[in-house]
Design a binder for this molecule. Structure first.
Ligand code: MRU
Length: 351
């Protein structure tokens, strides 16, 4: 069963599933302005690297639709402002900038004689292409990674890199969906993923909807679960993969990778080509988003820690390439040496 739609473009309206209220409510909302899109990305109504990029691409179309009537010139100014503004929403996931750069290329190459409507059509077509390509990339990731999931095995995942984070089957969860379609039974362990509980709220929700056996654990239980050999492999998603293979993903991923190495468990990162960032040489150059301390001190508006306590709240961490067994990508499974093989895979247009 294909996962629930996360971002939809219907009759020139941008609709998203509001992930902040899942799993207790399934609420779809319209993002009618660029400010709505920025806010939705910032507060994680829409989240997950590919979904952020797709939503931002449609956000650019929203900007064009809301631009004053007239020739394309005024519209181009609004669109460029929107691209700059949306780029300030979240810094770590490269997919956001990948999508915005593609939208910018449309206006940069636009003919000055175009009408506003011509420009909207061109922007809409590009956003639709980004959306559809993501569906294909997710499916390909699933097909390449499914054979890693053997009958009766246990798989650990961290955060949510499923359908909710993309326009398709997800990245880390895609091999699980395909292995399930192929009739294999296996167990998934989902880390709850403090502080915003993407694992507890989202991964468990979408996997159980698909009929996949999923067990929720707190983040601090992974070591014990590995020691008991409950899992045979780990698959996580990625927000940005540097040229040397260092990978930014949800905070806590690095710890899981270190634990997996200690226990001799293979650790895979699943990601589409749009998450590879060859301009960033290594993990030290990845900007890590710092988030509001209230996410750590509060839960659903209730304070859980003393007033004025100092909080450190990075949203992501960087797993060194040396801890990664392989990258499950839409172009196949990539193994070390990553400096060479990631660039080679990206350059290969035959797959
Ligand atoms: O802060 P989030 O929920 O956007 O973080 C999401 C993750 O870290 C995912 O693992 C990553 O974006 C990959 S999604 C296919």
């Amino acid at each position: 069963m294909a996962p629930t739609a996360t971002v939809a473009w219907k009759d020139r309206r941008l609709i998203i599933l509001d992930q902040t209220v899942l799993p207790t409510e399934v609420a779809y909302i319209q993002l009618a302005t660029v400010a709505d899109v920025w806010e939705a990305i910032k507060v994680l109504r829409v989240r997950g690297a590919p979904a952020i990029g797709i939503c931002a691409a449609y956000g650019v179309v929203v900007a064009a639709l809301n631009a004053p009537a007239g020739d394309a010139r005024a519209c181009i100014v609004c669109v460029k402002d929107a691209i700059t503004y949306l780029g300030t929403s979240r810094p770590t996931a490269v997919n956001l900038f990948y999508a915005l750069d593609r939208m910018k290329a449309i206006v940069d190459t636009a003919d000055e004689d175009l009408t506003k409507e011509d420009l909207i059509v061109a922007l809409e077509a590009e956003a639709n292409r980004i959306f559809r390509e993501d569906i294909f990339m997710c499916r390909a990731i699933g097909e390449h990674g499914a054979s890693l999931i053997q009958e009766d095995c246990g798989v650990l995942t961290h955060c949510n890199a499923g359908g909710l984070a993309t326009s398709g089957y997800g990245t880390a969860l895609a091999p699980m969906y395909i292995a399930h379609e192929q009739g294999r039974s296996f167990r998934v362990y989902a880390d709850e993923t403090r502080p915003l509980l993407q694992g507890a709220r989202l991964t468990t929700w979408e996997l159980s909807q698909a009929g996949i056996d999923v067990t929720l654990i707190c983040d601090n239980m992974a070591a014990q679960a590995m020691r008991e050999r409950r899992m045979d492999l780990v698959i996580v998603g990625a927000d940005r993969i540097a040229a040397n293979g260092d990978t930014a993903n949800k905070i806590g991923t690095y710890g899981v990778a270190a634990l997996a190495r200690w226990h001799g468990i293979p650790f895979y990162v699943a990601a589409p080509a749009s998450t590879l960032d060859m301009q960033t040489p290594d993990g030290d150059a990845i900007l890590i988003e710092q988030r509001d301390p209230d996410e750590v001190t509060h839960w659903q508006g209730c304070r859980q820690a003393p007033e004025d306590i100092t909080v450190y709240n990075p949203a992501f961490d960087v797993t060194p390439a040396s801890l990664i067994t392989g990258f499950i990508t839409n172009k196949g499974i990539i193994t070390p040496p990553y400096e060479i093989n990631l660039a080679k895979a990206l350059a290969d247009t035959t797959v």
